[in-house]
Every structure is written in C-alpha cells, then in structure tokens.
Design a protein around this ligand. Structure first.
Ligand code: ZN
Length: 255
C-alpha cells in the first residue's frame, strides 16, 4: 500500500531558546513527533521549520504532502502570508491539516476557521484528563476512555472556534476548567483536526497515547481527492434547453 506522506512543521524556536524545552526536545518537537508517528508505520514523514527557505513549505513540498502537522507559538506573525495562502489553498484542494496546541493562534488555523480562536490559559503544571467522547471514531482508535497528562498548561473555554463538525475530546483540568481538546472540521475537500496537548516545557510528545492520536488523525485526514478550485461557465447543458423568452434586463419584473 502507498505510504501516506506526512510533513511535520514546527517553528522550532522554544527548543533553541528556552533551557527547559531544549533539554526535553534537543532536536525539536517536530523530530520527536515525526519519529513517534514513523514508528507506528505506514507513513513517509518529513519535517519542515520556520527558518528554512519558504519555511520548508515550498510549492513542491506542499504538493508532496498528504497531511500537514502544525506546531507554532511565538512566531505566528513571522509566517509569511504567501505561505499561509499556499497551505490554505492545498487544504481546500484536499490536503489534511492537524493543528497542535498553541497552533490555535496560527495564521493558517485562524484563516481556515474564520474566528478569533482565542481561549483562556494558565501555566501551573496541572493535571489534565482528555475524555474520549467518540470511541468509535478513527482518531480515537486504541486510546481507551481517556488520556491523562500529569502536568500540562491549562487551556479553558471559551475557545472561540466555529462549532466543530465532530467533538472528539473534552479536557478536564485540575483547576476546574474544561476545554474542547479534539475537534474536526471539513474545509473545501480537506479535513482539519485540532488537538490540544503539546506545551513545549512538558514531555507531552513522548506520551504514546498523544502520538497515537496524531498518527490516527493523519490517517483520518488523508486526502480522498485532490481537486483544484475552478468556477466554470457551463454553456452546454446536459439536457436540451427550450428557448426562453424572459427579459431580466428590467430587474426581472414582467408586465
Ligand atoms: Zn503552551
């Protein structure tokens, strides 16, 4: 079977500037995510980062990607608009997009959602339990009733997103907040999945359940079709049309 082509994109800044993140992810979170999903099999996984030419998302790279995984935080504003447009166009054509954690505020996610994508947050190393609401969904295959993370950054409602097509996970936090942690949408021919875990100072991407969800989501988001956008004038109808004598030149009003 043809392998799914996955590109894991990361701004790769915290892991070079913050001691805590550097220690946890010396080669970057993208490397740990890419290795984790590669090990589960069936995928050809590439990585791309902000500082590469065209952020590693050249036209060829995007054409060769079935599913793009996105992690960003500090440098959302540094992602060039033309690259965001390129990624968006490809999603609308059918490419899958998995947005992780602070990617909720990325240009690409906000553009595809059309809302502010804002939320509440707190860094207090609290416990999070992500409840699996859809145990029969391909994204939760092998996950069980919940995922428990001992230390996380809290994200709380209201999360300013359009109502998801499917709500897959809801998080409960030690401090009392809840959050829609796993959401799907369709945009054009593409599938989009937002998945909350992934703060850079905790070892979230070493968690096998978190990696399993990302792997499952990549398979779920695989393109069914890649179809370029067009808006053609169809002058030849399938059935023969009888001549019409309607003059809409007068604002459609007939005497
Ligand atoms: Zn965070």
């Amino acid at each position: 079977m043809k392998k799914l082509k996955v590109t894991v994109w990361n701004e790769f800044i915290h892991e070079r500037k913050n001691e805590g993140s550097k220690k946890l992810y010396p080669a970057g979170m993208h490397k740990v995510i890419a290795d984790g999903i590669s090990k589960l099999g069936g995928m050809e996984v590439q990585t791309a980062t902000l500082d590469e030419p065209e952020h590693g998302l050249t036209e060829t790279a995007v054409q060769n990607t079935d599913v793009l995984v996105w992690w960003g935080h500090r440098a959302h504003g540094e992602v060039k608009d033309e690259i965001v447009e390129r990624v968006k166009k490809r999603v609308l054509e059918g490419m899958g997009l998995i947005v992780l954690h602070s990617g909720h505020y990325s240009k690409i996610f906000k553009s595809l959602m059309g809302t502010n994508c804002s939320l509440k947050w707190r860094e207090a190393a609290e416990k999070e339990r992500l409840w699996n609401l859809e145990p029969s969904h391909p994204i939760t295959e092998g996950i069980g009733e919940y995922i428990e993370l001992p230390n996380t950054e809290m994200y709380g409602e209201r999360f300013d997103i359009p109502t998801p097509d499917e709500l897959i996970f809801v998080s409960w936090f030690e401090g009392g907040e809840v959050f829609r942690s796993g959401c799907t949408w369709r945009r054009g021919h593409g599938k989009v999945f937002y998945f909350r875990p992934g703060h850079e100072t905790y070892p979230i991407f070493y968690n096998s359940q978190v990696i399993r969800v990302i792997w499952n989501a990549c398979k779920w988001a695989a393109p069914q079709i890649i179809m370029a956008d067009k808006c053609p004038n169809i002058s030849n109808s399938l059935e023969k049309l009888s001549p019409k004598n309607v003059d809409f030149g007068k604002a459609g009003i007939q005497q």
